[in-house]
Design a protein around this ligand. Sequence first.
Ligand code: SAH
Length: 267
Amino acid sequence: MTNTTAKVWFVGAGPGDPELLTIKGQSLIRQADAILFAGSLVSEAAMRWAKADCEIEDSKGMNLDAITGWLIEKAKQNKCVIRLQTGDPTLYGALIEMVQPLDAEGIDVGVVPGVSSAMASAAAAVESLTLPEVTQTVILTRTEGRTPMPEGESLKELARHHCTLCIFLSITLLKKVQTELMAAGWGKESPIVVVHKASWPNEEKIIHGTISNIREKCRAGKINSQAMIITSPTIGARQWPELKKSKLYDKDFSHRFRKAQKKQEIT
Ligand code: SAH
């Protein structure tokens, strides 16, 4: 069991389905005295393991100071405190903004990773984010909205790599996504998948389209929040008649755990 004395844990709740919370996250929820959860994005079902007297609060209406104030107050009462975050806490989660005030108070901090919505969305659509000789690179990014993008990180610049792009926080900016991908040389017919509420029981929606029609399709499906946009030269590979196979399972390829078959053994 993890020693939880006077510690604030930032726990990744995963993408929505409570069964995608890690065992470590679940074990901390069982021990917690106080849980502050990101209400708009974390399913309350994740709190089902909490003790009956655990103080549970939704941070939906709180600003950063209120959130850190709450965490500090409970930690100073020597409680085991959890900040339950959507997906993985290290992605678009204001983690460091919350950790700094805790550091200033000398409060110990721990982070438990979670299944990011990027991974859950690829899983929902049965897509591989990497494929041999197609792309071996995944970029996790967003388009510029109210948060400016650092230099060199515009979607147009990143898309020039023609690798897999998992685009967060951008479903209301699909027009911009289309324009920037095309400016980077992606054809209008390039496949794109949008997954809304990946892994949420009975709420998940998967929209398959192309750069040119995805906006209309999402509009028709009324998808305007909590959605992951994935575009990649690997999309749709499940239907391809031929694949370059991974070396990992190639019978003629030796690695640390398996020797290649000798040629004469192959009939
Ligand atoms: N830390 C989170 C991301 C938080 S930012 C993670 O690792 O997943 C919020 C953005 O994440 C949303 O705008 C959306 O793009 C994406 N997102 C979060 N949950 C999602 C889900 N269940 N399905 C699809 N996208 C999701």
